[in-house]
Design a protein around this ligand. Structure first.
Ligand SMILES: Nc1ncnc2c1ncn2[C@@H]1O[C@H](COP(=O)(O)OP(=O)(O)OP(=O)(O)O)[C@@H](O)[C@H]1O
Length: 406
């Protein structure tokens, strides 16, 4: 770093008592000019210093951002679809989002279409996955610190309270459970219709307890990894134990824990093995330390009751579609950052949205915003919500999936 230039000396005023008044005036004038010159010089130096300060502040900001990025270790899994002149097209697993991203020339040389890669939040390709990590990573989504908090969840106060009691308390106050002499619930099962906030609940509790969130989708497990299910369940618990405190979230657990059927196809046997592995992992769960397990299902009626026995998923929490207050709160949450016209009446909209899930209300808000944009407005009006509702209803009637907006 260059050293700052030294400050100019303070000018001296030497007045000789023998001077004539004219000479004194002349000396004072010179002195005044000297002070003005030095003042200009100091102002220039100050401007330089301010300029340097701004660029150093920018540098500090940049370093802080890089530091933050290094601290957030979660990466997403994607498949390379195509190498084009403009970059590499990758498709993210889970949400199937396709993006065009740039990669370094050396990375590009080693990439081929079909490769599985780990990408960061800005879709930068960070590494090419070897087949071992690959199978694990495809089935599991790992987030060091999910960004969902309890305040982001509308209308589920009672469910939040129950999840906190069953999952958060045992993680935070393990010692107290030990001293009182009771075992905390082994596993929590969230059940209810799709899009009601089950995944959000699990993420929020992981966030609140600073636990790693490890999500595995039951359906993916048996559909994509035939023959690997049981091993992946073992891996899942192993990974959680390496990353504890951790919350394991098994979505669509009905896919691996459905009632036994009469058919004896090899697919069924595979599902059975996967479920048996899950049960045996849960049965040996006591001394695993700071790991909690949450599962979710939209098909509670299909579940094999064996998984609901004490010591397994022994805390059931129903997550229903929101009531009118819940719907209003969810609309408030999802319109918080939107520029709403003062006439917009969320209460009335919530009353009209009977039967809509949290996910559908989120889509309604975004869709209303889209109507405003199409109309070249920056304020979203009540009519936009009505138009959005009609569009979503039509989509539902025609069977097409509404766009899911996170
Ligand atoms: N109670 C809620 N409060 C606020 N937003 C919600 C709520 N429920 C759902 N959402 C919105 O819907 C999206 C999907 O919710 P989430 O994935 O938690 O549902 P889910 O119950 O796990 O669904 P599925 O059973 O289909 O997996 C969320 O990202 C959020 O935008």
């Amino acid at each position: 770093m260059s050293r700052s230039p030294s400050l100019p000396d303070r000018p001296r005023l030497d007045l000789d008592p023998d001077m004539t008044p004219e000479e004194r005036l002349e000396a004072l004038r010179d002195h005044f000019e000297e002070i003005v010159r030095i003042n200009e010089q100091l102002t220039d130096q100050l401007d330089d210093a301010r300029g340097r300060q701004t660029s150093l502040t920018d540098e500090v900001d940049q370093l802080e951002r890089e530091n933050e990025m290094l601290k957030t270790s979660s990466l997403y899994i994607a498949t390379v679809e195509e190498l084009t002149d403009d970059g590499v097209v990758v498709k993210q697993h889970g949400n199937n989002q396709e993006v065009l991203t740039e990669v370094s020339p050396s990375m590009r040389e080693s990439l081929e279409a079909g490769d599985r890669v780990a990408i960061n939040d800005s879709f930068g390709v960070k590494e090419i996955l070897d087949p071992e990590t690959d199978a694990r990573a495809q089935a599991m989504q790992v987030e060091a610190s999910p960004d969902v908090s309890y305040e982001d969840i509308g209308g589920l106060e009672e469910q939040i309270r129950e999840v906190r009691e069953a999952v958060e308390e045992p993680l935070i106050n393990a010692e107290q459970f030990h001293e009182v002499g009771i075992d905390p619930p082994s596993g929590v099962l969230l059940h209810g219709p799709p899009g009601t906030g089950k995944t959000m609940l699990a993420k929020a509790v992981a966030n609140e307890t600073d636990a790693t969130f490890i999500k595995m989708a039951g359906s993916e497990l048996v559909r994509k990894f035939i023959g690997e299910g049981a091993r992946l369940v073992r891996d899942l618990f192993e990974l959680a134990s390496e990353r504890q405190p951790a919350i394991i979230f098994i979505d669509e657990i009905d896919a691996i824990a459905a009632k036994r059927t009469e058919s004896k196809t090899s697919g069924d046997a595979e599902v059975q093995r996967t479920m048996m592995q899950l049960l045996s992992e849960m049965d040996g769960f006591d001394d695993r330390g700071e790991i909690r397990i949450i599962a979710a299902t939209n098909r509670f009626d299909m579940l094999d009751r064996a998984i609901l026995r004490p010591g397994r998923f022994d805390r059931l929490i129903e997550v229903p579609n929101p009531d009118v207050e819940g719907r209003e709160r969810i609309l408030e949450i999802h319109t918080e950052r939107m520029n709403l016209d003062s006439e917009v009446d969320l209460r009335a909209l919530a009353r009209e949205a009977d039967g809509l899930s949290g996910a559908e209300l989120a889509s309604l808000a975004t869709e209303a915003g889209m109507f405003a944009i199409r109309d070249d407005r920056t304020t979203v009006e009540q009519a936009d919500f009505r138009a959005a509702r009609e569009k979503l209803d039509q989509e539902e009637e025609s069977g097409s999936q509404p766009v899911a907006f996170a």
